[in-house]
Design a protein around this ligand. Structure first.
Ligand code: CO
Length: 212
């Protein structure tokens, strides 16, 4: 156990050496500040590291991750990240990236008791199931049903972002950010754009539109 812990620190030293070899000013440049054009909202799953799967470098992606890439309106952590990304960093894109084979989605589709806090988090995914109950219940293959809920959950989290005053007031004032939904496939490593990009209030359900 101690070995694994130490190997991470050694890994860091190796990485620093590699970066300095490629570019002696690498850390000097990063130390000046960040200006990432993208906010990534992804799953905490260890197989979905935002920078690695998009081949991006330090400083290029502002990241928030939680179980099943959720946008929950009472989550002050997510809201603070969103507020900072949109209003201070002025990101141009917000991407919700889910992934097939998500443990959070699978858990939400079951009736298991996982624990006092996580059950309440998973309930937000069960709400997505209930919203799309008819479509999902018609899918008999459990793997395909799981994949479809993964996609529907991404759509709903994109829409949840758009419902926030943070996103809507940025659209009004700056015509950004564009909000995207992507799905990553752990089985082959490719990301699929689900083409649910929202750029303004026009496609939103009227009840969620905020007047400015
Ligand atoms: Co996941």
């Amino acid at each position: 156990m101690e070995k694994l812990y130490e190997s991470l620190l050694q890994g860091n030293k190796d990485w620093v050496a590699k970066k300095l070899k490629e570019n002696p000013n690498f850390f000097k440049e990063l130390a000046k500040g960040q200006n990432p054009p993208v906010l990534w909202i992804g799953c905490s799953d260890s197989r979905v590291p935002a920078n690695e799967i998009t081949n991006t470098k330090s400083g290029e992606v502002f990241v928030h991750r939680n179980i099943a890439n959720m946008v929950v309106h009472t989550d002050t952590n997510m809201l603070s990240v969103l507020d900072f990304a949109v209003n201070i960093l002025e990101v141009k894109h917000v991407i919700v990236c889910g992934h097939y084979g998500c443990g959070g989605i699978q858990a939400a589709m079951s009736h298991k008791h996982f624990g006092g806090v996580i059950d309440n988090w998973l309930r937000n995914i069960k709400d997505v199931y209930r919203l799309h109950n008819k479509e999902l219940d018609e899918i008999k293959d459990p793997v395909l049903r799981d994949r479809r809920l993964t996609e529907l959950n991404i759509f709903e989290q994109v829409y949840n972002l758009c419902k926030t005053s943070i996103i809507q007031s940025a659209w009004e004032a700056h015509k950004r950010p564009h909000v995207h939904g992507w799905v990553y496939d752990v089985a082959h490593g490719l990301i699929k754009d689900l083409n649910v990009t929202v750029r303004d209030q026009s496609e939103m359900h009227n009840i969620y539109k905020i007047d400015f």
